[in-house]
Design a protein around this ligand. Structure first.
Ligand code: NAD
Length: 502
């Protein structure tokens, strides 16, 4: 049951990367932090040290903002949209050419299984950049058929232009670090903005690799700056900086609120992709052969460290036992181990602190009277591994059912025949509204439930259907704004209206 997978040693290319000096990427140069600060980076599967990385302080953020502002008015602003598109496309090509190294570094740094890293970087790293490369030539203004002053029709012209919002501070979490970086870079660069990217202090390595790739792609100096650093120092300085026009933040709801306060000084634009506690609702006519793997993967993908995770499973009482039994069998069958080992299904949690936090929630679940069906403990030995855990007969009064745990903990709650509104009320009983899914063969029930669930994304007979072209984002305290698709470009643009009097 959850037997640990075998270990695996890093490749020579990864060892060479890890051994180099890791500095800040500012204005196209690799520079040490002004105060010499460093972050120690560890492998969450073995707890072994991986690298020491320069840690940006407020002075370094000043330098990065100055470089990004200079680049905003420089060569970058004079490129045609076709040229900008080609540079973003080239960055995707460079990432693809270095995919093996990127995947390996991501696995070592974050702990995710190699297959997951490979799929997500290829799909949401390369494809995402290419999707937004395509938008460069499609950013359109409008002509508006009015005469603002009392001029006869035809004697004036009013049009709008969409301009880059300016310098963007992108602050990202550790749960899918390289993908998160590309989610910010794609639309920002397509819009013509310049960027200061601050990766999470726990996972800075693939962002640093991205610095190499930005250079190789020929993106002008200062257009992309990469500043690893602690959230309360580098992140806070970036969020508060008067030289930054927009913050694109992905992370916890708690820090999202701090970003809003910090951004108020110069009223910079803010988009927030925050936490989730997403429901999966299963009706008795659903195809259980799809429901069971869908529920197990939806809850435990990335060890549950996934904002869209289907951590609340609402199952009709007629199929409740069957679904719980099937998902438990799958959860018990997942092999836990280092992401680089070929037979690992699930990796470790990101840190000892995160493991303790998750174990604290599991203890709260036991105390609240929920039935522990499987898991419920950490694996002994090195690495921050926690067994996939299922609590059944939870209710929305319980802390484990209401709060985002960001770990491998699934709450299963039964519902009976009757009012769909009552099921939806339970599904909506959290502060979050990020993702969700409804599983049934009844088209009316499916669409009525979609209408009733208050989330940015509600899928039918699948969970978390993400694609670069499908808008993604949260309602309520899951965030502000949308990423992906055309809507994901809008927050990086501002509109200028011009009237010409003939
Ligand atoms: P976090 O909020 O702790 O940190 C996110 C980033 O913010 C990190 O880079 C961190 O250094 C920085 N930060 C921390 N304090 C800061 C401050 N005071 N000012 C500025 N920046 C600061 O989140 P995390 O633990 O890295 O990630 C987990 C959270 O991210 C979960 O809540 C998860 O749901 C959320 N998340 C959301 C999405 C989404 O698309 N909605 C995607 C992935 C993760």
């Amino acid at each position: 049951m959850n037997a640990p997978a075998k270990t695996h040693t890093p490749s020579p290319a990864a060892r060479e990367f890890l051994a180099r000096r890791h500095q800040l990427f500012i204005g196209g140069q690799w520079l040490p932090a002004v105060d010499g600060g460093e972050i120690a980076v560890h492998d969450p599967a073995t707890e072994a040290p991986l690298a020491r990385v320069a840690s940006a302080g407020a002075n370094d953020i000043d330098r990065a903002v100055a470089a990004a502002r200079k680049a905003l008015g420089g060569e970058w602003s004079r490129l045609s949209s076709h040229q900008r598109s080609r540079l973003i496309w080239r960055l995707a090509d460079e990432l693809e050419a270095n995919l093996d190294l990127a995947v390996e570094l991501e696995v070592l740094d974050n702990g995710m299984p190699r297959m997951v890293a490979h799929y997500s970087i290829a799909k949401f790293g390369c494809d995402f950049l290419r999707y937004y490369a395509g938008w460069c030539t499609k950013i359109l203004g409008e002509t508006i058929p009015v005469s603002p002053q009392d001029v006869p029709n035809g004697e004036s012209l009013t049009y709008t232009r969409r301009e880059p919002i300016g310098v963007v501070g992108a602050i990202i979490p550790w749960n899918s670090p390289l993908v998160m970086a590309t989610l910010k870079l794609g639309p920002a660069l397509a819009a013509g903005c310049t960027v200061i990217l601050k990766p999470a202090e726990l996972t800075p390595l693939t962002a640093l690799l991205l610095g190499d790739l930005v250079r190789k792609a020929g993106i002008p100096d200062g257009v992309v700056n990469i500043v690893p650093g602690y959230g309360h120092i580098a992140g806070a300085a970036l969020a508060a900086h008067d030289g930054v026009d927009k913050i694109a933040f992905t992370g916890s709801t708690e820090v999202g609120k701090k970003i809003l306060h910090a951004a108020a000084g110069n009223l910079k634009r803010v988009t927030l992709e925050l936490g989730g506690k997403s429901p999966m609702v299963v009706f008795p006519d659903a195809n259980l052969e799809r429901v069971i793997p869908g529920a197990a993967r939806g809850a435990f993908f990335l060890q549950g460290q996934n904002c869209m995770a289907s951590t609340r499973l609402f199952v009709h009482e007629d199929v409740f036992d069957k679904v719980v039994e099937g998902v438990t069998r799958m959860a018990n069958g997942f092999r836990l181990g280092p992401g680089l080992a070929a037979d690992s299904d699930l990796g470790p949690l990101i840190s000892a602190e995160q493991r303790e936090r998750v174990l604290g929630y599991i203890a709260a679940g036991r105390d609240s009277g929920a039935q522990l069906v499987c898991g419920g403990e950490a694996l002994p030995g090195k690495g921050h591994f926690v067994r996939p855990t299922i609590f059944s007969h939870t209710d929305m009064g319980m802390k484990i059912a209401r709060e985002e745990i960001f770990g491998p903990v699934l709450c299963v709650q039964p519902f009976g025949d009757g009012d769909l509104q009552a099921v939806a009320r339970e599904a909506n009983r959290t502060i979050y509204g990020l993702s969700g899914s409804v599983w049934t063969r009844d088209i009316s029930v499916a669409h009525r439930m979609v209408n009733l669930i208050d989330s940015g994304q509600v899928s039918i007979n699948c969970h978390a259907a993400v694609d670069p072209a499908i808008p993604f984002g949260g309602n309520r305290q899951s965030g502000w704004g949308r990423e992906f698709g055309r809507e994901g470009l809008d927050p990086y643009l501002k509109t200028k209206a011009t009237t010409v009097m003939f």
